[in-house]
Design a protein around this ligand. Sequence first.
Ligand code: C5P
Length: 240
Amino acid sequence: MTSEKIENRLIVALDFDTAEKAVDLVEKLDGLVSFFKVGMELQLAEGMQPVNYLISKGKNVFLDLKYFDVPQTVERAVRRAASLGVSFLTIHGNRKNVEAAVRGRGSADLKLLAVTVLTSLDAYDIRDLGFPCSVEELVLQRAKAAAEEGCDGVVASGQEAKKIREAVGQKLLIVTPGIRPEGFPKQDQKRAVTPREAILAGADYLVVGRPITSNPDPWQAAELVLDEMRQGYEAAPRSN
Ligand code: C5P
């Protein structure tokens, strides 16, 4: 079905404003989910404490701070993140930024994920930024550049995942947020897909926030997501 355990491919987003709420959820999911995403809100509220806590508990950490700065600053920030024991780190996916991040990562066991085009940007925004192409062309161009520069993966919506997989084959990990299990409201996610659809589109890891974090029984909600992921692998088994 897949060489990696399906449970290891689910990343729960700790989009909270206190460490207390984050720790409560991590404890409730102990034994089922072992990969968690820490973003700007929690990091600004609590500094590095949540990251250090997760690592001390043997969990995998996806640090989602989307670094984008002059090359030297990016290189040094990535070097620092790598030294903390974080597993995944996001950076913006323009070529120079990726090059600097790859230098900063060095030989550390840290996977760099490029954000190609933020999913909140549409055709108008892309033109406003001065790009003379479609969102899809920019996504694919950046995904290819990220692979060429030694990046490990990309963050991509379920709808982009299939085209990226076709364009770069197995060269990049695809990490997909914007997941909504069958019947769950889409909320502010415009291009949401179900866990099954994301796996069928070629995603390797799914990032899920509110469908799990807002459920009074997060364990059961996570099991539901894992069941739907399993259905995706059963419908289209893969070797990796
Ligand atoms: O609650 P929900 O499942 O929508 O959370 C998705 C998580 O993935 C959030 O932490 C959000 O910031 C992040 N994300 C996203 N879309 C992107 C990149 C990151 O929803 N394109």
